[in-house]
Design a protein around this ligand. Structure first.
Ligand SMILES: [Zn+2]
Length: 241
């Protein structure tokens, strides 16, 4: 473990408000993303499903409910990655709902002014996810999110991967807890909506620095990004705080 010598950075490919305004092509390659970290989440160009990166492998959780291994040439308008070397671990051998899991994390994370990478793996009694369907227009994210396929898993093993990000970063990245789910057989998953745990291990790492890329695309350069997007983002991401 070399995390003492290497400061961990959260790399964000574009401010999330650009995604909320419907900029679904910002063209950061998965290859570049994986050079910046082995762990993270996001989406793909044209909003073609949910992204999850675990142990340096990126998966595309498409709206058919299946997980596909990602080609390094594929591109993303929005993703967050870090180099994950967790140093703090918690074990829960009880059945709790997502709101209780968040309450447990609230008590466990030392400060809410820091970013944390979180991996929650093990057995779940129930998991409910969604995956956004591919778009061919600039429909705002909040409208897309109203028509998204949802998936239910019972008695399933898998990993939740994502971040806690402070509220004050809510134009840069999705605030609060943001987790994506990948089944243990790496065949399915999505953006987490609900879950009930059975036996889980929680791995935690804080991230003390953020690097934000500003895309050089015509859309990005010419879109007004000053609208207050918080209610759109809350609805689109089904945020719980
Ligand atoms: Zn998500």
């Amino acid at each position: 473990m070399s995390n003492k010598s290497t400061e961990k950075i959260l790399f964000i490919t574009a401010p999330v408000n650009a995604l909320v305004e419907g900029l679904y092509q910002e063209n950061t390659s998965i290859e570049e993303l994986l050079n910046r970290g082995n762990f993270g989440l996001g989406t793909f160009d044209d909003l073609d499903g949910e992204m999850i990166i675990n142990d340096g492998q990126a998966y595309q959780l498409k709206s058919d409910g299946k997980a596909y291994k990602v080609n390094p040439k594929q591109k993303t308008p929005y993703a967050c990655v870090t180099q994950f070397e967790p140093y703090s671990f918690e074990y829960l051998y009880s059945s709790i709902e997502l709101s209780e899991l968040y309450a447990f994390l609230d008590r466990t994370l030392p400060s809410k002014n820091m970013v944390y990478a979180l991996k929650i793996e093990g057995a779940f009694a129930h998991v409910r996810t969604r995956s956004v369907p591919k778009q061919d227009s600039y429909k705002p994210l909040v409208e897309v999110a109203r028509n998204q396929p949802e998936f239910s898993f019972q008695d399933i093993e898998g990993s939740l991967i994502g971040f806690w990000t402070p509220e004050f970063l809510d134009k840069i990245t999705v605030p609060g807890y943001h987790l994506h789910f990948l089944t243990g057989d790496q065949g399915s998953g999505g953006h987490l909506l609900e879950c009930v745990t059975k036996e889980i291990k929680i791995s935690i790492q804080h991230v003390s620095r953020i690097e934000l890329a500003l895309p050089i695309t015509l859309d990005y350069l010419t879109t007004n990004l000053n609208r207050d997007i918080s209610s759109d983002l809350n609805e689109a991401e089904s945020l719980k705080k």
